[in-house]
Write a protein that binds this ligand. Structure first.
Ligand code: A2P
Length: 283
């Protein structure tokens, strides 16, 4: 990847710009509109939102008013957990599109798998939700469909039933929390891994080893985290509402991490994670 508009290619041949602008925890007011507009001005061509972020309206407004053609910005949203199941998913998708005020979506994800703690029927619930995703995909209302926070044991039963293989799995991924088994599973099934909270919500940026490596390249630890994702073949979704950080996080194409430094970061001991584990969450 040499620039922000360079793309990973999904299994269904859709191109997805290599760094997405994350919008989790950005409120649906002028803040999200301005942040997304700054990101697009900076050169980001990929915006990641979700029904649960409650900022789809502002994201859509920014995408519609940024001056680019619709096809030049890749937009992702996600189905929230209360809306699982075939009919509810179809209705929730309509609401997302009404919020965004866009004609089509580039990527739609199941935000979290139904899990055994929530329902003994969790596998069927995920399959039914996926069936609705497949219908929307076949109707060309979405260019690619995928998952978020699915671990291999959630993926396996879904893959057995799926007519259309998920293109993406978006998981928590940052130095000190790499979920290697899930990453390996996805890579072996041609499922692109996206990293949510690639900066560990800012909490891994003071890690001494990362600071040492950042000093060597004269880059910030945030830039090291983002570059490390890219060089691992993983698509990072850094979030910021601060203009200079939005720019800083995109300025990662003038250096390459050495194989040794990538391995050092891959092997960093656990330092922080969100605590949102897909089998334990009760939301
Ligand atoms: P802010 O939005 O105030 O700029 P993640 O993407 O891992 O969830 O991390 C998001 C958090 O990291 C936010 O608190 C954000 O703060 C902060 N952040 C984003 N970019 C940078 C950066 N380049 N340097 C330091 N902190 C950053």
């Amino acid at each position: 990847m040499q620039k922000l508009s360079d793309c990973f290619i999904l299994a269904n041949n859709v191109s997805i710009p290599c760094i997405g602008f994350g919008t989790w925890q950005i409120s649906d007011d002028n803040t999200v509109v301005q942040s997304v507009l700054t990101a697009i001005e900076t050169g980001y061509r990929h915006i990641d939102t979700a029904a649960a972020y409650e900022n789809e309206k502002g994201v859509g407004q920014a995408v519609r008013s940024c001056g680019l053609k619709r096809e030049d910005v890749f937009v992702t949203s996600k189905l929230w957990n209360t809306q699982r199941g075939y009919e509810k998913t179809l209705a929730a998708f309509d609401r997302t599109m009404a919020n965004l005020q866009l004609d089509y979506l580039d990527l739609y994800l199941i935000h979290w798998p139904a899990n055994a703690k929530q329902s003994p029927d969790w596998q069927t619930i995920n399959q039914e939700t996926w069936r609705a995703f497949e219908k929307l995909y076949k109707e060309q209302r979405i260019r690619a469909i995928g998952l978020s926070n699915f671990l291999p044991h959630h993926l396996e039963p879904l893959l057995k039933q799926a007519e259309i293989t998920p293109s993406v799995n978006q998981i928590e991924f940052h130095p000190g929390y790499t979920q290697q088994e899930t990453v390996d599973f996805c890579k072996s099934h041609q499922i692109l891994v996206e990293a949510w909270s690639p900066l560990g919500q800012g909490k891994v940026l003071s890690n001494p080893e990362l600071l040492r490596i950042a000093g060597k390249y004269k880059k910030s630890t945030a830039q090291i985290c983002i570059k490390w994702c890219l060089q691992n073949g993983i698509l990072p979704l850094p979030k910021s509402t601060t203009s200079f950080r939005i720019k800083e996080n995109a300025s990662v194409f003038d250096f390459e991490l050495s194989v040794q430094d990538i391995q050092t970061i891959n092997q960093l001991p656990h330092c922080w994670d969100s605590g949102f584990y897909p089998d334990k969450i009760d939301f």
